[in-house]
Ligand binder design. Structure first.
Ligand code: AMP
Length: 237
């Protein structure tokens, strides 16, 4: 359990649905923060990267369509991602809202999300940008280790090591390194994914729902800042 006070958060759209978008470069810690916010706010976390990695592991129709992109760290085509997120947001557990982790990643995805939410009489209630200096990202990504049972449990070989090497503190499951966290792939991920991310930031800045926090503090401090940002969003409306 995360023991942070949950303040009155950002305004909700008609119908009370709360859609929170997490934005951050690969390695900024947005997955960790999305998991912590999901727990604190009682909303599901929807991670497109996790949905794709599950497809690669489990096979099925999606696997062949996304493998060549995900393994090279290249963005999956917009229409495919939009379709998957649309289906996922229509599931019952997202009726009250969701924390979107890794989506939207392009301006076209952001526009499509606005449109699909508008049809459901909802909207993005806050976009939270976790900002980390680019020079820190490479070190964070290449040292990252992830729980094989729950990808929200993220460790780092030096800055956040598990109690037992290679084992998740929470689940006791083995930790693994993502294929796309290899140094060569990390560089191309950052080169290809940062420019469209800045367009997504502009999109939410124009919509006046963007809040930025520094992502180089401890996970606990970043979560507290994010919850604080959500509370000030509520007060400023
Ligand atoms: P992540 O776990 O968010 O770093 O995503 C892992 C990989 O999944 C990315 O490098 C992309 O290949 C793919 N991916 C995840 N989310 C998206 C998205 N919104 N648009 C396009 N590709 C995505």
């Amino acid at each position: 359990m995360i023991s942070v006070a949950v303040p009155d958060t950002e305004p909700r759209a008609a119908g009370g649905r709360r859609i929170i978008v997490m934005i951050g470069a690969p390695g900024a810690g947005k997955g960790t923060q999305a998991e912590r916010l999901a727990e604190a706010l009682g909303l599901p976390r929807i991670s497109t990267g996790e949905l794709f990695r599950a497809a690669l592991r489990d096979g099925g129709p999606l696997e062949g369509k996304v493998r060549r992109y995900v393994e090279r760290g290249v963005l999956v085509p917009d229409d495919l991602v939009i379709d998957i997120v649309g289906r996922r947001l229509a599931e019952a557990d997202a009726a009250e809202g969701a924390i979107l982790d890794g989506f939207p990643r392009t301006r076209a995805q952001a526009v499509a999300l606005d449109e699909m939410l508008e049809r459901a009489r909802a909207r993005v209630t806050a976009a939270l940008y976790v900002e980390v200096a680019p020079e820190l990202l490479l070190e964070r990504l290449t040292g990252r280790r992830i729980c094989s049972l729950d990808e929200g449990h993220v460790y780092h070989v030096t800055s956040r090591p598990p109690r037992l090497p290679g084992i998740c503190d929470i689940d006791g499951a083995e930790l693994y390194q993502r294929d796309d966290d290899a140094p060569a792939t990390v560089r191309s991920r950052l080169e290809t994914q940062l420019p469209p991310m800045y367009e997504v930031i502009d999109h939410y800045c124009e919509a006046d729902v963007l809040f930025g926090v520094r992502g180089d503090a401890s996970a606990e401090e970043v979560t507290a800042d994010l919850l604080h940002a959500l509370a000030s969003a509520a007060r400023s409306r």
